[in-house]
Design a protein around this ligand. Structure first.
Ligand code: FE2
Length: 419
C-alpha cells in the first residue's frame, strides 16, 4: 500500500500508479484536459488497482453521454473484482461510483458524505458529492460538504474554489468573492475559483469588473477540459451580452464556445445552446447556428443524463427545425420520467417534463402554452440543477413569452379600435 498526494492510502505497490493517480487528482481538481490519460496510465501501471479503475469509471460517467457510460462499465467491473482486498475508503468510493452508474444518486451522495466524514482529505470524493448536489439543486448541502473538510485541507487552493462556488450559489456573495480571490492568490491556475468569482460579479451586475477578472485569467484555461474552457468563456460572453456587444458575443461563440471546441461534448452543447437562445431573446439573428449545432444533438435524444441538459437539447432541436427529432426526444423524456427510480422521478415528472413542454412551445412560437407550462414550474426549477445564472434562461424564456402575448393583445386591441 502507498499513499497518494492527498496522504490517503491506495491499495497498490506501484509508485508509477501512484504518480499517475496523483496526476489524475490534480487534473480532476483543475478540470484539466489530461485526466483521462492520467488515469489510464495508472491502470496500465497497476491493472489490479481498484481505485484507479473506479476513478476511470467516474471520469467516463462525468462525460454525461451514453457511449461514455458504456466505457465506464468494464472499469466498474474491474474495480469491484478486488473489492474485498482494498481499504474501507476505496470500498466506499467504488460503491459510490457504482451507485452513480445505476442512477442511485441518493446512495452515491450518502457514500460521498461518509467518505468525507472519515477521510476529509479526499477531495475527489468531495468533488463528486458536489456534482450530485449541483444537479439536485441542493446548494446548502453542497456548501456543507465542502466546508466540513476545510480544516483538514487549509493549504488546498482547489478546495477554496469549491467552497467559493457553493457560497455564491447560497447567495453569500461577499464570502464567495473573498474565498475565490483567496484561492486565486494561492495559485493562479484555479479555473473553478475564477468561475466562482465570475458568478459573484455577474450576480451583482459588475460587468466591467467581470470582463477584466475573467480575461486576466483566460491564458490559464488553455489546458482545461473543454467543459470548463467553454463555460468560462460563456461567462465572459454573458458580460458582453449585457453590454449589448452582440458582435463580440458572436465572435466568442464562434471562437471559444462552439466552433473550436469539442462539439460532441454534452456540456459544450448545453453551453452553446444557452448562449444562442440568450442572443435570440435579445432579437439577434444567429444565422444557421441552430442547425449547425443541432446536427450534433441526435445522440442525446434517448440519453437523459440530466434533466437540466435535456431542456436545452429539446429546445435546440425544435429551433433548428429538426421537428421529428424534437418530437422523438420529448416522447423519450416522458417515457424516461415514468421509468426512472423514485428518487429522481419526482423532479423529472413534476418539473422537467412541464418545463420541456414549455420550452418546446416557445421554440414553436406557441407562447400561450409556453406560459402555461413554464409558470407553475419556475419556482421549482432548482430541483433539476444548474446554477442560478444558467437557470435564469428559463425565466427569460417565460418573460419573452409573456411580452410576446402582451404585444399580440395590444395589436388586437388597436386593430379593434381602428376597425
Ligand atoms: Fe457558471
Amino acid at each position: 500500500m502507498l499513499k497518494d498526494s492527498q496522504r490517503l492510502v491506495v491499495t497498490t505497490d506501484s509508485p508509477d500508479a501512484i504518480a499517475a493517480i496523483n496526476q489524475f487528482i490534480d487534473q480532476a481538481l483543475f478540470y484539466g484536459k489530461d485526466a483521462e490519460i492520467a488515469i489510464l496510465q495508472a491502470i496500465a501501471a497497476d491493472p489490479n488497482c481498484a481505485l484507479a479503475h473506479a476513478y476511470a469509471a467516474s471520469y467516463y460517467l462525468s462525460q454525461e453521454n451514453r457511449i461514455a457510460w458504456q466505457q465506464s462499465q468494464p472499469y466498474l467491473q474491474a474495480a469491484q473484482k478486488n473489492l474485498t482486498k482494498i481499504s474501507n475508503r476505496e470500498q466506499l468510493y467504488v460503491q459510490a461510483i457504482l451507485a452513480w452508474a445505476n442512477k442511485e444518486i441518493n446512495v452515491a451522495i450518502a457514500l460521498h458524505e461518509e467518505i468525507t466524514n472519515t477521510f476529509p482529505r479526499d477531495l475527489i470524493s468531495l468533488q463528486q458529492g458536489q456534482y450530485h448536489y449541483f444537479y439536485l439543486g441542493d446548494k446548502e448541502r453542497s456548501l456543507q460538504i465542502a466546508q466540513k473538510v476545510l480544516p483538514a485541507n487549509p493549504e488546498n487552493h482547489y478546495l477554496y474554489g469549491m467552497v467559493a462556488f457553493s457560497l455564491e450559489q447560497c447567495h453569500q456573495l461577499a464570502a464567495a468573492e473573498a474565498m475565490g480571490r483567496q484561492a486565486t492568490l494561492m495559485n493562479r491556475y484555479n479555473p473553478w475559483a475564477h468561475h466562482a468569482v465570475a458568478h459573484v460579479l455577474e450576480t451583482q451586475g459588475r460587468v466591467d469588473e467581470g470582463i477584466a477578472w475573467m480575461e486576466s485569467f483566460a491564458d490559464t484555461w488553455e489546458n482545461c477540459n473543454s467543459m470548463l474552457y467553454t463555460h468560462n468563456w460563456w461567462h465572459i460572453a454573458l458580460y458582453y451580452l449585457k453590454q449589448g456587444d452582440v458582435k463580440k458575443v458572436l465572435a466568442l461563440y464562434d471562437h471559444h464556445i462552439w466552433e473550436s471546441t469539442e462539439k460532441k461534448s454534452p456540456k459544450n452543447q448545453v453551453t452553446a445552446i444557452s448562449l444562442l437562445l440568450r442572443l435570440e431573446l435579445q432579437g439577434v439573428n444567429v444565422g444557421s447556428r441552430w442547425q449547425d449545432l443541432s446536427a450534433y444533438i441526435y445522440p442525446r435524444i434517448h440519453e437523459h443524463a440530466l434533466p437540466f441538459q435535456d431542456l436545452h437539447y429539446v429546445y435546440a432541436l425544435f429551433k433548428a427545425g429538426f421537428t421529428h427529432w424534437g418530437n422523438q426526444m420529448l416522447l423519450s423524456m416522458e417515457e424516461h420520467a415514468s421509468s426512472i427510480n423514485p428518487f429522481l422521478r419526482q423532479g423529472w415528472l413534476e418539473v422537467a417534463i412541464p418545463a420541456a413542454r414549455g420550452m418546446v412551445a416557445h421554440a414553436k412560437g406557441d407562447f400561450n402554452t409556453a406560459i402555461a407550462q413554464l409558470e407553475p414550474v419556475l419556482p421549482r426549477l432548482h430541483e433539476i440543477g444548474g446554477s442560478h445564472t444558467q437557470r435564469i434562461l428559463f425565466e427569460q424564456v417565460y418573460q419573452h413569452s409573456q411580452n410576446a402575448m402582451l404585444l399580440v393583445q395590444k395589436q388586437s386591441w388597436i386593430y379593434k379600435k381602428v376597425s
